[in-house]
Design a protein around this ligand. Structure first.
Ligand SMILES: NC(=O)c1ccc[n+]([C@@H]2O[C@H](COP(=O)([O-])OP(=O)(O)OC[C@H]3O[C@@H](n4cnc5c(N)ncnc54)[C@H](OP(=O)(O)O)[C@@H]3O)[C@@H](O)[C@H]2O)c1
Length: 261
């Protein structure tokens, strides 16, 4: 029997990891997110043994709920997939301090804390996926807290691998370009005016394809997995071009703010 804990399992990349890990022979899942009904449907669709932890991971109570479940059941955790996350396009004064705080608490703090909480339950050979992004490779004004958080995750994952070597555990930072999930419509919001033009959000990658690639990279023990031709190019250019050129390219993809401030 093998167990995968997946945060953000109610949608998109997290749910797709569940589907593909089942095909890889994982028999038991813990799904963690806020929408229990979606996670229940996923468990029933897969016909696997599953546990639902309904938790807002941007809060201490949410993290505590996972910690408590681990202390009670003391399971052997073969995979930890830190997929819960969200983004919000817009200037800091447009998206607001509370949204920025929640984004950092979920995308960064929760991923780090859950990793540390889970590692003592992970046997040798087990795997961790941390969600980075193509936005790790360019300073992105108007997507700042999100993209800067992903840079943190990339560096964190690379460093973590050194510390986990003695336990035989390996972490992969997954850096896809734009993927077709609920993420982008939510990140664009209804009121945020400074966001990429729809024509700039291309190519849109298929969730199935990027997750399949990440599973291969994870099995090979890669510290980072970059996918999507545009993101691979971005990663390459990041190494050879000054930041300001890449940032200008990004700014050229944004809608003009509709109102002067
Ligand atoms: N889609 C892309 O273009 C893209 C590209 C690069 C990286 N990523 C990263 O990939 C990860 C997964 O995103 P996705 O594309 O699969 O988006 P998604 O379809 O919107 O899924 C996000 C998941 O995070 C969960 N979540 C959001 N807020 C939460 C909270 N406060 N507490 C617990 N769970 C929460 C959501 O569940 P509930 O709403 O039920 O809580 C959902 O399951 C994110 O870290 C994102 O940054 C996405």
């Amino acid at each position: 029997m093998s167990l995968a804990i997946i945060t953000g399992a109610s949608s998109g990349i997290g749910a797709e990891f569940a589907r593909q890990l089942k095909a890889e022979g994982v028999t038991s899942f813990w799904f963690v997110a806020r929408r229990a009904d979606k996670m229940r449907s996923l468990g029933e669709e897969l016909g696997v043994e599953y546990k639902i932890i309904e938790a807002d991971l941007s809060t201490s109570e949410g993290i505590e709920a996972v910690k408590r479940a681990l202390e009670e059941e003391r399971p052997s955790v073969d995979y930890l997939l830190n997929c819960a996350g969200f983004g919000s396009f817009g200037a800091a004064d447009e998206i607001g301090v509370l949204t920025i705080e929640k984004m950092i608490d979920l995308n960064v703090k929760a991923s780090v804390l859950l990793t540390h909480i889970c590692v003592p339950y992970m046997p040798r050979g087990s795997k961790i996926v941390m969600m980075g992004s193509g936005s790790c490779f360019t300073p992105l004004p108007y997507f700042n807290a999100y993209s800067s958080g992903k840079v943190f995750i990339l560096h964190y994952t690379k460093s973590l691998n050194y510390e986990l070597k003695k336990y035989g555990i390996r972490a992969t930072c997954f850096c896809p370009g734009w993927v077709e999930t609920e993420f982008l419509p939510k990140a664009a919001g209804e009121n945020n005016t400074t966001r990429p033009r729809p024509s700039a959000i291309k190519p849109l990658l298929k969730c199935e394809k990027v997750v399949a690639g990440c599973i291969k990279a994870m099995k090979r023990g890669r510290a980072m997995y970059v996918t999507g031709w545009y993101t691979k190019l971005q990663h390459l250019l990041f190494k050879i071009l000054p930041d300001f050129i890449l940032t200008r390219l990004w700014l050229g993809m944004l809608d003009e703010p509709k109102e002067e401030r």
